[in-house]
Design a protein around this ligand. Structure first.
Ligand code: PRX
Length: 634
């Protein structure tokens, strides 16, 4: 495709064009899509309100660009290859024509069940092709999907249903994950006890779990599509109509619904996919993420399918039935581009090179990383053992809010450097600001990572609360989008992401607000107060360290800790369970009552030799006590 960069000088040239004349640059790229009506203006924006619009008044349906557009040339080519959790179960291969029919049919079925343009639909499903079909069927009829990771608790699911007032939930009876069988529909039932907006639940049969189908509300997927037409006329959408909401954690309050819209998201995910991974026709591309996260949205479903690629979808986990599973799948399907997270790399690294031995891995051309900083050791292991020293690593930095990859090597084009996301993609204008808001120009600088010009897939708002969007992203540094990450630009102008500078932690690539975990811990009746910080963890990147003040009466410390973990499990889900809990008698606070997290972070990290200035603390004695107690924490 003509939008593909192939040389370093080509990258520099494209980058310059994208900055000098963004309208022309993005207008030209958007021209290669099918629009019912072209846009009047390429971009309108104001970061102070914030108000960003791309392809103003353009009309389209994203699924026509993903289905109809490919039918003629790629109709019989695989769109999705599905690898089940159990390697003995049959692989499913879905061609573009079959995908078209499945999406149209399910779109008609959803309509028949009362879903209309603009309605919100929650998808709480395992990694099966029907989950992608569900997303696309929503997009087809103009319903707004909100995928919720199927590992979240009933409470988390209910909060999201409530926040977006979803009309429908799409789910399954159960979910296979490694040697576990999870009763998914049960979680939905529990969530729906405390919400009132959902009128219909469509249930896909997957595991054969026994489920209770509520009369008048629940319907089996197979019954919903029975006899339904496989033709559907796509709803014509405005470029700025909502495509989906995806909930993500921030440093305060409840998770917020990041909103992405149709036109810009389509253009940017396609462009970034084609360039970062250098996908060529006939290649098999595999991203190991879950569709419950933005990576799954943009780089399992939308980006690859818009680009006419074959995207592999894996239902299971990296270590089932053994730690060679990823590599077995790469060989079995002759995967050419492989995209995973540092936490998975580190978890597999623990098993050494042995599990890789039976596999040639010679189809691989590009290997990618996403979700958290990749440490040098993991980078080299990935490079040497998986990429066999010949595959470029694309370390892609981006966020739920950015919709697509922002900083990354272009495979085979940008020279890589271990642990560096390297350079911004065309259209991405980065700025490093110090804490006073001054832009740090030149190389060898470190500070807050901001972006000073919109790109097509920037979030438009946080659902139902635009002020929260303004405050979170556009108020720290006037006129800039603030990412929440710290960054270094080295002497070569290369970017290295240093991690979050706010109260967000990244555990195994899952983003979590410390306040969110604290709120969950505080739900335990014996807990008086808590403070949560991240600490370096060999496999997870960051672990969760909780300092808890509680009433111990009648309980052993161990029982109480287990109960606290179970409370968090119930309120958020297993991914948020604290790794370490320390029972304390007080928390270090300033005279104004603010917890000094800086101190708690240092203790959790074991850096207690220099605690900095503690003179402003209301209770300096507690610091010594916490340091002593930390030695015995598990
Ligand atoms: O801190 C950065 C980290 O993940 C955060 C975004 O999390 P989320 O919205 O869940 O999206 C993850 C997948 C795109 C960022 O603010 N992060 C993501 N990718 C990288 C990264 N940190 C360092 N290097 C990366 N490649």
């Amino acid at each position: 495709m003509s939008n593909k960069i192939q040389t370093l000088s080509g990258y520099i040239h494209e980058y310059q064009k994208s900055v000098q004349d963004p309208d022309n640059f993005w207008g030209r790229i958007a021209d290669s899509f099918y629009w019912h009506k072209k846009w009047d203006r390429v971009v309108d924006w104001d970061f102070e309100k914030p108000d960003v619009k791309w392809f103003v008044n353009g009309k389209l349906n994203i699924t026509e660009n993903l289905l109809e557009k490919h039918l003629f040339l790629l109709g019989d080519k695989p769109a999705i290859i599905w690898e089940p959790n159990d390697p003995k179960e049959a692989v499913r291969t879905i061609t573009y024509r079959e995908l078209y029919e499945m999406v149209c049919q399910f779109a008609n079925a959803m309509k028949a069940q009362g879903v209309e343009k603009g309605d919100r639909v929650i998808i709480y499903m395992p990694m099966v092709p029907e989950a992608a079909v569900a997303m696309l069927a929503c997009a087809r009829i103009g319903a707004v999907h909100s995928v919720v990771f199927a590992g979240f608790s009933a409470k988390s699911l209910a909060d999201r249903i409530e926040d977006c007032q979803a009309k429908m939930v799409l789910t399954s009876d159960g979910n296979f994950r490694g040697d576990k069988k999870i009763a998914v529909k049960k979680v939905v039932d529990e969530a729906l006890e405390n919400t009132s907006s959902v009128e219909r639940v469509i249930v896909l049969k997957r595991t054969g779990h026994e489920v209770i189908m509520k009369d008048g509300r629940d319907i089996w997927w197979s019954d919903a599509i029975e006899g339904v037409s496989k033709e559907n006329k796509a709803e014509v959408m405005d470029a700025e109509d909502m495509l989906f909401i995806l909930y993500t954690s921030g440093s305060t309050g409840k998770p917020k619904g990041v909103v992405h819209t149709c036109g810009g998201y389509m253009v940017y995910t396609t462009y970034s996919f084609q360039n970062v991974f250098q996908y060529n026709s006939g290649d098999v591309y595999w991203c190991t993420a879950d569709i419950g996260w933005i990576t799954g949205h943009s780089y399992i479903v939308y980006g690859p399918l818009l680009a006419g690629a074959t995207t592999l979808m894996f239902e299971g986990v990296p270590t089932y039935p053994n730690p060679g599973r990823f590599w077995a799948i790469c060989d079995k399907h002759q995967v050419n581009q492989f995209y995973t997270a540092p936490t998975a790399i580190r978890a597999l690294q623990v098993f050494g090179a042995e599990p890789l031995k039976p596999y040639a891995l010679d189809s691989l051309k590009v290997i990618g990383s996403v979700g958290e900083p990749i440490n040098e050791e993991a980078w080299h292991w990935y490079h040497d053992h998986v990429g066999k020293g010949k595959c470029p690593i694309v370390d892609t930095w981006w966020q739920t809010e950015t919709g697509g990859v922002m900083v990354s090597p272009i495979a085979g084009v940008t020279p890589t450097k271990p642990s560096y996301a390297t350079l911004p993609l065309p259209g991405v204008q980065l700025a490093i600001l110090d804490n006073d808001g001054n832009e740090l120009k030149g190389n060898s600088v470190e500070g807050n990572l901001c972006i000073k010009f919109p790109w097509p897939s920037i979030l438009r708002t946080t659902y139902g609360d635009h002020e929260r969007c303004r405050q979170t992203y556009f108020s720290s540094f006037k006129g800039y989008y603030f990412t929440g990450d710290g960054v270094k630009r080295d002497e070569d102008g290369y970017y290295r992401i240093l991690g979050r500078v706010d109260d967000v932690i990244n555990v195994s690539g899952h983003r979590m607000g410390t306040a969110e975990v604290e709120n969950a811990i505080n739900e335990h009746p014996k807990v008086v107060e808590s403070a949560v910080v991240g600490y370096p963890h060999d496999i997870k990147g960051q672990g969760i360290y909780a300092y808890v003040i509680c009433d111990m009466e009648g309980r052993s410390e161990e029982n109480l800790k287990n109960e606290i973990r179970e409370t968090v499990n119930k309120i958020i889900g297993p991914i948020a369970k604290p790794d370490r809990i320390q029972i304390v008698s007080g928390l270090p606070k300033t005279r104004s009552g603010k917890i000094m997290r800086r101190i708690l972070r240092k203790i959790a990290t074991g850096e207690t030799s220099n605690m900095g200035d503690t003179s402003t603390l209301l209770n300096p004695d507690v610091v010594e006590e916490i340091i002593e107690g930390a030695a015995n924490v598990s």
